[in-house]
Design a binder for this molecule. Sequence first.
Ligand SMILES: Cc1ncc(COP(=O)(O)O)c(C=O)c1O
Length: 391
Amino acid sequence: MNTKSIYLDHSATTPVDPRVVDAMLPYFTEKFGNASSLHRWGQTALTALDESRQAVAEILNANPKEIVFTSGGSESDNLALRGVAMALRAKGAQAHIITTPIEHHAILNTTVQLEKEFGFEVTRVPVDRQGRVNPDDVARAITPKTALISVMYANNEVGTIEPLVEIAKIVKDAKSVKGHEIYLHTDAVQAGGYLPLDVNKLGVDLMSLGAHKFHGPKGVGVLYVRNGTPMLPMQTGGSHERNRRAGTENIPYIVGFATALKIAQSERESTNARLISMREKLVEGILERVAGAQLTGDPKNRLPGHASLVIPGAVGDEMVLGLDLAGIAASTGSACTAGSLEPSHVLAAMGYTADVARGALRLTLGRENTDEEIDYAVNAVADVVHKLRRE
Ligand SMILES: Cc1ncc(COP(=O)(O)O)c(C=O)c1O
């Protein structure tokens, strides 16, 4: 086994920043209280919860009451879709949902269940070759029954950033013309820490985030819920999180979420500049060294550290295993579908044939990567592909 250890799979997850660990640690031990308890121990935990909520709200330009802490991106996505859909249904209101075919499975499978088992009507607007939704298609899909629109902020497999602001404008116009309730949700799990998160500038009503994509811990997330958005809790119990998500709050992880987001936000510009420069070097190097390789997703309008390619004559999983032997962590696309024989639903929706999509490789950079690692990775990718192609 190679002694190199180069982690280029940051879209799957990131290492927790030591500053985040330091902030979390006291809440496991001396500050272990339950935020619902009246005594000092409880009040210390409640203060940490309130401060974390306040810090997240400031970054999102939201009211702290609009922040719901969850167990991660998947739960936030589920709560957004099910919570709003079920609340509207309880009021006897509309039942049409618009989404895209390139969403993460947390959205994809939730909309399938809402459609198949609960009778909601779901329209999936197409994406183009670069994975971009056309806002005009969203406009055309809106009917008087449309209640909920869910379009991801940035795609996990190909890094494409979606035109959310334009979509939000369409939703606003549709609401005023047709005079009915429509709520816009975005899965910002990949965007969190890298792209602007001001919910008012974005014009969204609901937004999902997960800490482990921006150097926070796994198992903690946020759902932003704009004031006035109808929502039924999906997990019932105590009155935590203003009756939107029952369960004793996970204070150390919530502190970890807020600390990681604050760090990512304050270092965003410098981090992004470095990530973009390393990504360009990586992509240019691979395209130069590997015949037939193509970048997938939007070449410019993409997540800063995200490189995704299709490489003819090489199978994604085999490249990932070859790179692992060379000391590099890579992926074929989504961590959730690794090992599955099905080609990526994202590349299929973008018009790639199953054959081409089998050659998918994703390399996603993080703030701890260096230029030397990128040089090594370019050589390693070229070597692995040459070996697989028996060149
Ligand atoms: C776009 C997107 N949405 C949702 C999720 C799920 O987040 P979590 O792992 O926090 O449940 C992921 C994780 O990969 C993701 O990339």
